[in-house]
Ligand binder design. Structure first.
Ligand SMILES: [Zn+2]
Length: 291
């Protein structure tokens, strides 16, 4: 059985074929349309799946946003241009003619990482620090989706009541402080206008302001982890996303976490599936649901 896995992110749409042995092939990426119109995303998806006609027997989609009963709604309008009620599952089924399962991308990644760790742990929380901040929670071997598919949207837990306004409408969310977009947005002087990747490079080469921006992000993620530990008693945290997987970032989070009382400490791992955690998780989820 081959699964066409698709990952819809804020900056790119990725796709690949994943076979029964979990081997990934025919990887392809196109930019996420900058245009907020639903037709633009529909066209981009149609273009993406066209290349995979006849190569898979089912489709599994991981997407940023709230994915409830096959419908996509962007919680943070900055991430997917304010898409509201986008019939993602129906559109993918229309263009592929195949059965399709859709899931939030961080929930999908959590499922992939849990499947990888399931011999050791039954309670796993995945945190992605990327363009935004997201998460997925596995409790006692079950993925927590929630009655409104909102479970695990931990980027919108408040980190600082005096912090910047978040795209979701709240003030001081973790996402508004720790995400790649937030790292870039607060930069001034010599770093103004640089993106998160460039600011990371500057931090590694000794720029003080860049180091402070990255440290503030890591500190917010550390406090988020402590809150998650207190709430769920999770057995381990898996960090993913372009910021979460950036050189030295996990070590900074671990260093901050080590300063907290023992009860809040929890092992932190880097995502085994790296940038493919969403694709792999969607495929594993479709297998789990036996679609
Ligand atoms: Zn928010």
């Amino acid at each position: 059985m081959n699964t066409l896995a698709i990952d819809i992110g804020g900056t790119k749409l990725a796709a690949a074929i994943i076979n029964s042995a979990l081997e990934i092939s025919q990887h392809m990426e196109i930019p996420t349309p900058a245009n907020a119109e639903p037709q633009a995303l529909e066209q981009a998806l149609a273009q993406l799946v066209e290349a995979y006609q006849g190569k898979a027997q089912r489709v599994a989609v991981a997407s940023t946003g709230i994915i409830d009963k096959g419908i996509l709604t962007a919680l943070n309008p900055d991430n997917l241009g304010g898409l509201n009620h986008f019939p993602l599952q129906a559109i993918v089924e229309k263009y592929t003619g195949l059965p399709c399962v859709v899931l939030n991308d961080a929930q999908a990644a959590a499922w992939a990482e849990y499947c990888h760790l399931s011999a050791q742990f039954k309670h796993v929380t995945f945190i992605t620090v990327s363009t935004g901040v997201g998460g997925g929670i596995v409790i006692n071997g079950e993925l927590l989706i929630g009655p409104h598919a909102f479970a695990g949207h931990i980027g919108h837990i408040q980190a600082d009541p005096n912090g910047p306004r978040c795209g979701c409408g709240r003030v001081g969310c973790v996402e508004a402080i720790a995400s790649g977009r937030a790292i870039a947005a607060g930069a001034t002087q010599e770093l103004e206008g640089k993106n998160a990747r460039e600011i990371f490079a500057q931090a590694l080469s000794g720029n003080l302001q860049a180091q402070q921006r990255v440290a503030r992000s890591a500190q917010a993620i550390c406090q988020l982890i402590a809150n998650i530990k207190a709430l769920l008693d999770t057995e381990c945290i898996v960090l993913g996303g372009s910021v979460g997987l950036a050189k030295g970032y996990r070590q900074q989070v671990e260093h901050q976490l080590a300063q907290l009382p023992q009860a809040f400490q929890v092992p932190v791992y880097s995502a085994h599936y790296q940038h493919d955690a969403g694709l792999m998780g969607a495929a594993l989820w479709s297998e789990h649901l036996v679609i």
